[in-house]
Design a protein around this ligand. Structure first.
Ligand code: SF4
Ligand code: SF4
Length: 289
């Protein structure tokens, strides 16, 4: 079983549309949406939720008003200013437990908090494991690890060949949690100056975690000069360009219909995405030899 994670230096590069196409093209796979802060792969895969689970993470303080003598010590010492009028604001509370330690009458208790949900769903293309983090909740890296582990179990049980993960944009904690241990990272970029800079950052992340990077230049024809820059950069770094995809409104049309573009039309773009998946499969097969 091989795991491919699709990443981009920033949002809006077309990463999710490409993953949805891989969902159609890969024959034996589990799908993962690890962009838990802004999951949107489900819009294209229209999952039917089979299993819903709570995600508990972190702690918040709670003040028992019956025990509290209103001495004010905790709100004076809370450096996150999470306590006002002897009540804890759970959004501001960082769960450090200092108020719990200092309260002279043991009026403070620490509670685990429900930070989101994760789901196992059926789609017409296979099983999708996805999640939703609560508003203002942190620990997205932990939730990403959880959904990836679940996907791995499903793949092992079903003897499936691929785990295909739609990763979060950027190079933060959830991107790291999505990347580590994967067999290949497909980095989707666009030919803009900021796109090149973002690409370099994600490549560094891949190198740090020992994950093979492969690049896809999306909308390569909107700026051929920058596309050449990306190609030169990849060449100098020894990074394979798995594919280049034309700008085509057909992708937006397919999105509006809630369909992966390879199911919506038979165009040059769909052919390019098919070739991209072929390049990924070939690279993964090589890793077996
Ligand atoms: S746990 Fe820490 S952050 Fe939360 S209210 Fe207490 S002192 Fe403030
Ligand atoms: S330290 Fe304890 S008693 Fe004092 S205000 Fe806070 S909760 Fe109340």
């Amino acid at each position: 079983m091989k795991e491919v994670v699709v990443l981009s230096g920033k949002g809006g590069t077309g990463k999710t549309s490409i993953v949805a196409c891989f969902a159609v093209l890969a024959r034996s796979k589990v799908l993962v949406d690890s962009d838990v802060d802004a999951a949107d792969l489900y819009l294209l895969l229209q999952p039917e939720v089979k299993e819903e689970n709570e995600f508990w993470s972190g702690q918040v303080a709670f003040i028992d008003e019956e025990k509290c003598t209103e001495c004010g010590l905790c709100q004076e010492l809370c450096r996150f200013e999470a306590i006002q009028d002897y009540t804890v604001d759970p959004i501001s509370c960082e769960g450090c437990g200092f108020c719990y330690q200092v309260c002279p009458v043991n009026a403070v208790t620490m509670h685990s908090c429900m930070a989101g949900h994760w789901f196992t769903s059926d789609t017409r293309y296979g099983t999708l494991v996805h999640a939703r983090l609560g508003i203002a909740e942190e620990n997205s890296g932990k939730l990403v690890t959880l959904v990836r582990n679940k996907a791995r179990l499903i793949a092992e049980k079903g003897d499936l060949h691929h785990i295909i993960t739609d990763g979060p944009p950027g190079i933060g904690c959830p991107a790291i949690a999505s990347l580590s241990g994967a067999n290949l990272a497909l980095l989707v970029t666009e030919p803009t100056l900021s796109g090149i800079h973002d690409l370099e950052r994600v490549v560094s992340l891949c190198r740090h975690f020992g994950v093979l990077p492969m690049v896809c230049i999306n909308k390569y024809d909107i700026n051929e000069e920058n596309t050449h820059r990306i190609e030169n950069y990849c060449y100098s770094e020894g990074i394979e360009i798995g594919g280049k995809i034309l700008f085509d409104n057909i992708i937006t049309e397919a999105l509006a219909k809630g369909l992966p573009v390879v199911q919506y039309s038979n165009s040059k773009v769909t052919q390019q995405i098919e070739e991209l998946w072929q390049a990924i499969s070939t690279e993964l097969d090589k890793q077996d030899k």
